[in-house]
Design a protein. Sequence first.
Length: 403
Amino acid sequence: MAIFGYKARGERGELITGKIEAKSEEEALRELDDRGLFVVELKKTRVLEIANWIESAFYRVNKKDLSVFFRELATMISAGIPIVPALEMLSTQTEKKKMRESIEKILENLREGFAFYEALERQQGIFPQIVVRSIEAAEISGTLDKTLEELSDHLARDHELEEKIKSTLVYPAIIISLTVAVLMVLLIFVIPAFQNVMNSLGVQLPLPTKVVLHTGIALRRGWYAIFVLLLALTFFAIRLMKSERARRKVDKWLLKAPIVGILYEKAVISRFSRILGTLLKSGVPIMEALEVAARTVGNQVVGDVILQARENIREGRSVADTLEISGLFPPMVTAMIAVGEETGALDALLERVNNFYERELEEATRRLSSMIEPVMIVVLGAAVGFIVISILLPYFQIIGNMG
């Protein structure tokens, strides 16, 4: 199969660009013609083939891609275009291979008689449960375009939330990596150069100097053992995190962790309120909405509390009572949810909770970023300074003896 880049005109004369896989130029032209496109330009390109291979190997459909997809689909449906032609148009315009393949599979399922939500559900690992359940309710109520818009907003905000947290953690990760790299260079390459000189000084080496020298020798001789140990620890951590019990313990620790725990707690509450609010606004029943929220909130401890709230509803108790007893949700959140349950406007109140915690998260992220920078600089300076002073201590000792 080869990759062809094309420019074509649609049925309304609009210019469409994209890429298509085909065995030959003739086959590519036939397929584009079957899609109702008038080809203006078609050429085989090696660059696209390489890009396609890289995309297949590393690219995953993310929430931003889904947000764009649902917004475009909502616009087309609002304009009166039936869902199958709308998806066909999106398939030709989507440049990312995995997203295009997913749309084509959805089209196949729709032509086989599946409902839209069923076609999405069959795309394992691509469309979250909140999307599937919301669209199921929307197809029943006839509000698909509105629900698609709300899902697009939800996914875009979820993606933005994740990016904020990542950007906050990326800086300290870079600083820590640089610190480790500098220390390794000093210990493995710089310190050994002073070793013979220090041994010839004829003085008793201070403890800090001995520690630095022996650490450098150990790293130089046993770097491969350290590398293997790090790989083994990484593999063990990955296997351990697949255990539900271990994952639950980590999730519990994250909620109480110093500094980062505050950020994580706000993110979880914001995500929970947005997911549940979006589902309820889409017409999903409260019992099913809570089940989906428990599975998609991203924290098993909080998920367990949400499932408990779901069970308590069967006994006539409110969601707010269970969340309050758990101690994981601030009083303001449980109070807002209690008011929402009493007034029948739970989706609107959850949206307010989400907006509040998104602002709180943004502010907390900004504060944490401003705190991390000076702390990391001090840590880096202290580590490098300790090594430099350890090297200079024998010379100071000699100068002291000379005096």
